[in-house]
Design a protein around this ligand. Structure first.
Ligand code: ATP
Length: 482
């Protein structure tokens, strides 16, 4: 189903109003492209992280998980290539002082041309851009911008600086004495923490190839233009898995992980197939022999959600060269020593949260039986991911109903997240739970005292049914187990 207009803007407002995502440092008017997760967002994000972690480290007996530090020895980033080439070409407008990533500026111009019916010109500009970026021809890119009369959205002028490379890594100083302090970086990806620990993990775990190492954690990139809410942030979280294989078998493993990861988004995240798309890379990084993005249809179009890359022996080979320590594995099956090849899966946790919220968010309106209009905003989150699984609602604050409700809470809260509320009408309380994505509400009423039954109300259908109070826990558990 296509997104309704304004879904994205409304979703951003909804995420703040219901405690999912706030602008960081809100009281100081925020910090660009940095966000905080509130009480419900943090739980949703944790549930997604846990689902990924389980699917990697619990369901695969040849994948283990680690938690490496954010700070790493500075040579790590020389070996990985980030010091020399983790940069985006950018350009400044001298009148507005606004900075653009050149590919974004050119793509926006091409989109405008397309809207004006000049599709051929747009395509040729994009093709030229690809060629120039691949050749690192910064002067050529400036000429392309100037010749096509691209202007700054703020100043409206074409008064541009030269195009420069902008390194995306944040640096800081390690050590308290200025003279002795050395420059270190906040990691721009989690993967290097896995590569440098390859032998530690393999040896201490007596692991045999093929095997994988998984990790989740913060990464930092000084993105030139950070936009589209939590899609592109300066501080974000990645979930990466490096799978170490025998050279020559990487193509099979690449196909394996490509298929596995797509299926995971369907089975565990509950995304429909038509919101997912593969985008095979035609132009490969020099170290990769295959690469694909899994794209998700966000409210602003299909965009990268996850990358799957066959990275050859580049990373371990480079660390071997820079550390002068052998990064080899002895394969007893073929009696050979080699530097393993790596197939990696790398997904952004925040982008997954955004994809989940985008897909779940719905504004619904209908006519009631008496002819009056009604409406609600609902998050149709998969039950396994919802921050709150069950709301327990006593119909009134008296007659012993709160006590019965508390007993149900106590019996369920060890197994899953419950929420208790006795304020407001039942209808209002249901609506609030719909907006938070809570799949089940249980109302304790006077009949509960007589026959031990409760009303269970289902978020998606809004239907209600009587059920024995003692059956509630099992019913919720059955629905949240994938
Ligand atoms: P993009 O082309 O969108 O900048 P990328 O190709 O640089 O992304 P990778 O380096 O492959 O991204 O990182 C793996 C994953 O990490 C991405 O698929 C994305 O989900 C996530 N990611 C990367 N950069 C950001 C960011 N600035 N904010 C949020 N998530 C990010």
């Amino acid at each position: 189903m296509p997104y309704a207009p304004h879904t994205f803007q409304n979703l951003i407002g909804h995420a703040a109003a219901y405690g999912f995502i706030f602008q960081s440092s809100d009281i100081y008017d925020g910090l660009a492209a940095v966000y905080d997760y509130g009480q419900n967002g943090a739980q949703l994000k944790k549930n997604i992280r846990d689902a990924w972690w389980k699917s990697m480290t619990q369901l695969n007996d040849n994948i283990v998980g680690i938690d490496a530090a954010i700070f790493m020895h500075p040579t790590t980033w020389k070996a990985s290539g980030h010091v020399d080439s983790f940069s985006d070409p950018m350009i400044d407008n001298k009148d507005s002082n606004k900075r653009y990533r050149v590919d974004h500026l050119i793509e926006a111009h091409a989109e405008k041309l397309q809207a004006e019916g000049k599709a051929d010109l747009a395509a040729s500009i994009l093709a030229e851009m690809e060629k120039l970026l691949a050749a690192d021809d910064l002067n050529g890119i400036k000429t392309l911008i100037v010749d096509n009369k691209m202007v700054c959205g703020t100043s409206g002028t074409a008064n541009w600086t030269d195009v420069r490379q902008f390194n995306l890594m944040f640096s800081t100083e390690l050590g308290s004495v200025a003279e002795e302090a050395s420059t270190i970086y906040l990691r721009p990806e989690t993967a290097q923490g896995i590569f440098v620990n390859f032998l530690n993990v393999q040896k201490s775990g007596r692991l045999k190839i093929p095997f994988g190492i998984a990790q989740t954690g913060k990464a930092f990139r000084n993105e030139i233009v950070a936009r589209q809410f939590i899609f592109r942030m300066r501080e974000f979280e990645q979930m990466e898995m490096q799978f170490f294989v025998r050279p020559g078998t990487q193509k099979e493993w690449y196909q394996h992980w490509k298929a596995q990861r797509r299926q995971w988004h369907i089975d565990v995240m509950g995304f429909p197939e038509d919101r997912l798309k593969f985008h095979d890379h035609v132009k490969l990084a020099h170290y990769a022999d295959a690469a694909v993005d899994i794209e998700f249809e966000f409210p602003f179009g299909f965009k990268e959600l996850e990358g799957i890359h066959s990275r050859t022996d580049y990373d371990l080979g480079r660390h071997q060269e820079f550390s002068k320590k052998k990064q080899q594995y002895f394969d007893t099956e073929i009696n050979q020593n080699y530097v393993p090849f790596v197939v990696e899966t790398s997904v952004g946790l925040d982008r997954l949260v955004l994809a989940t919220l985008s897909h779940a968010y719905a504004e619904e309106s209908w006519t009631k039986e008496d002819g009056s209009p009604d409406s609600r905003v609902v998050l149709r989150l998969p039950a396994n991911l919802a921050p709150i699984k069950l709301a327990v609602l006593p119909l009134t604050k008296k007659d012993g109903l709160p006590e019965l409700a508390r007993q149900l809470m106590d019996s369920c809260k060890t197994a899953f997240h419950c929420f208790y509320e006795e304020k407001d009408t039942i209808g209002k309380r249901y609506r609030r739970m719909d907006a938070l994505g809570t799949p089940f509400c249980v109302t304790i009423d006077h009949q509960t005292k007589e026959d031990g039954t409760v009303t269970i109300r289902y978020r998606d259908t809004m239907t209600q049914q009587r059920m024995a109070l003692t059956d509630v826990k099992a019913a919720v558990l059955a629905a949240i187990t994938v």
